[in-house]
Design a protein around this ligand. Structure first.
Ligand SMILES: NC(=O)c1ccc[n+]([C@@H]2O[C@H](COP(=O)([O-])OP(=O)(O)OC[C@H]3O[C@@H](n4cnc5c(N)ncnc54)[C@H](OP(=O)(O)O)[C@@H]3O)[C@@H](O)[C@H]2O)c1
Length: 331
């Protein structure tokens, strides 16, 4: 009997060790042996385009810059025309490759419900173009106690993080599908989610939920369009130094490194942390308390910049939502 129990334990132990070994070897292979994806060789063709949302700053700006450097024409999407034009000119001035690709601008404010007028410019700028890559990157986020969260900020996160993906993908996918099917050219949809999907995150309740929504949608799309020439990749980076996260803690990387780290996995992985540092840090099992502390630190970062209250409303006289909105310094 004892021998039998020992044998079962030995078998379970061996399976666990083999699993760890397999994951370690897969990690070494992916980061040290397998060549990074050559994005142009795999997805590019003369006159092909990428569409990048949230292209005027941070990770989206880097996607635009790196895809243009690779040879893609890019439609840059964000809400501020002046800033987009300034960023476009900056990229073009710095670009070494000749001839320089075309960078077009489409203004969309994703913090709005869907309307034809809202997406008109994106439609006009993308229609008839051979779109090889869509990058759903735009995102809005901040952190604070849920009971004092301004309602309009909650709405903004739902709209910008979720609707942007749903509507933009729905608009662009037919062209990507046509390219992949009729022209037999491999194409891709990239969506920037967040490492937050690996856990729950106090103080960023809706942000975390919207990022999980993206992962679910992308995996469902990958299943639906399997074998049709489109690679779907969801990126789940850790902390990246941008306007969204300007005072990051240990493990923060630049938007340049983040984007490069993600693009190297395009066509290989359906979900990626991207950069090596994020992969290592996110492989460490951390207790719930770490994520609670991390959320608190982020809420304090926002409080310092915008004067947002990070303490809950408990004990305070209850205000009506209209009164709260009026007194919120972030309006
Ligand atoms: N930074 C991080 O630590 C981190 C970590 C994990 C995941 N992410 C994700 O990465 C993505 C990019 O984030 P980021 O850090 O690069 O942010 P960012 O630097 O703040 O850039 C956001 C971009 O989106 C645009 N944008 C914001 N609201 C918009 C709206 N309503 N309509 C149209 N465009 C809008 C911004 O334009 P304006 O300049 O006009 O606002 C800007 O171009 C997001 O999805 C974010 O959730 C970030």
């Amino acid at each position: 009997m004892l021998d039998c129990i020992s044998a079962v334990f030995a078998l379970v132990g061996a399976i666990v060790v083999l699993r760890i070994l397999y994951r370690f070897l897969a990690f070494v292979y992916a980061y040290a042996i397998r060549p990074a994806t050559n994005v142009w060789a795999k997805y590019g063709s003369a006159g092909s385009w990428a569409v990048v949302t949230g292209a005027s700053d941070g990770i989206g700006y880097e996607y635009t810059r790196q895809l243009a450097e690779a040879g893609f024409n890019v439609v840059m999407v964000a809400r501020n025309r002046g800033k987009l034009a300034e960023r476009r000119d900056h990229i073009l001035a710095d670009l070494k490759r000749q001839p320089k690709p075309e960078l077009r601008i489409a203004v969309v404010d994703y913090n709005q419900d869907y309307s034809v007028a809202q997406y008109k410019e994106l439609d006009e700028e993308t229609r008839g173009k051979e779109i090889a890559i869509l990058v759903n990157n735009v995102g809005a986020g901040n952190a604070r106690h849920y009971d004092v969260y301004p309602l309009d900020k909650l709405q903004e996160m739902v709209r910008v993080n979720s609707y942007s993906f749903a509507f933009t993908t729905r608009m662009i996918l037919p062209q990507i599908l046509h390219r992949a099917q009729a022209l037999k050219r491999r194409s891709a949809v990239i969506t920037v989610s967040s490492a937050i999907v690996l856990n729950y995150w106090a103080y960023a309740v809706i942000y975390g939920a919207t990022k999980t929504f993206l992962l679910s949608e992308m995996n469902s799309l990958a299943m639906e369009y399997e074998g049709q020439g489109i690679d779907f990749m969801t990126c789940i980076p850790g902390e990246v130094l941008t306007n969204l996260n300007w005072d990051s803690g240990f493990g923060a990387i630049t938007a340049e490194a983040c984007t490069r780290g993600q693009l190297r996995f395009l066509g290989y992985d359906q979900v990626t942390c991207g950069a090596l540092l994020h992969k290592i840090l996110l492989s460490i099992p951390l207790p719930e308390s770490y994520w609670a502390l991390s959320g608190k630190r982020t809420s304090e970062m926002y409080e310092q910049k915008w004067g947002m209250a990070t303490t809950g409303a408990a004990g305070k006289e209850t205000k009506g939502v209209a009164e709260e909105a009026a007194s919120d310094k972030t309006q």
